[in-house]
Ligand binder design. Sequence first.
Ligand SMILES: [Zn+2]
Ligand SMILES: [Zn+2]
Length: 370
Amino acid sequence: MPQRDPYEVLGVSREASQEEIRKAYLKLAHKYHPDKTGGDKQAEEKLKEINAAYDILKNPEKRAKYDRFGTADGQPFTGGFEGFGGFGGGESPFDDFFDMLFGKGGRRGGAPRPQQGNDLELRLNVSLKEAAAGVKKTVRFSRMENCDECRGTGAAAGSRPEACSQCQGTGQVRVAHGFFSVSRTCPRCGGAGSVIGKPCRRCSGKARVKVSREISVDVPAGVDTGSRLRIQGEGEPGLNGGPRGDLYIYMEVAPHPVFRREGANIYCEAPITITQAALGAAIRVPTLEGEAELRIPAGTQSGTNLRLRGHGLPDLRGYQHGDQIVRVVIETPSKISRRQRELLEELEALSNPKNYPQQAAFNEKTRQYS
Ligand SMILES: [Zn+2]
Ligand SMILES: [Zn+2]
């Protein structure tokens, strides 16, 4: 089951304080408590989700990992789909990497803190057939990169950023606050610890420039509109040696002229003749892969749904495959020849009311209520 964003589950912003998170949790836990909902199954699932979300956000370390990696157990995604990683516990090599960057139990003092680069988002359109089979797509986007003229410093050639005089390069200033003094981000350098005297011409001192990029993306079979593909490390570069951000691709599956999709199943309609419906037949129907044979049993009524097993879409985990459901509709001939008229008249003369149960039931009801 795909895990929802814990912030979304608790309805709090990413900047929410621990106290705000705790309050939001208590409010929701109260609302979905079994005593209140009378053991409603959906409320129970909701409560489980709320508990799982709080479990991550109440713990600053887990929360920081979630913020950074999109999962609380620190397992890296490698272009996989959300929901596969899960929130299981356990050690991973990434924990060590995390500890190395930030030190166990908090960040290291002194050196500027490594920060992950910004995540990027884009939309990608695919057809229903591409969504069914999976497809390789080339996507183009632009992102900020470290300026290569100043090597990401923002300072013009021959000059370099100077240590900020207000904070002596620490990025923090101490401000007296009653009996205490508190640390604040330095207003002069914005916490960077350095200022640029002569800005680089290429990036105007911003240290970054916009660069367009093209990558090839494997869209797995089974995506739907709203599916989110995460490509790790394709976001913007990190700060102070931090990792790159990620690229999130939001899928949009175009509507199809013949097929309508509902989850993993697809639906379509096929017209058949009166005689095909009465005698039974095998007809060819379009499928996502091409064509398939659909057997119509003798005595099929108009509007019957017939199922082509396995001709729908796979689910994203690849465990199951949906079906194609064909609604057959009897089409009365719009014009008939003289010979056909004779045959149909003969058919009508020979018809036995017993073999038209719907008509018999209708007549019976009409008799009763008239
Ligand atoms: Zn530059
Ligand atoms: Zn400063």
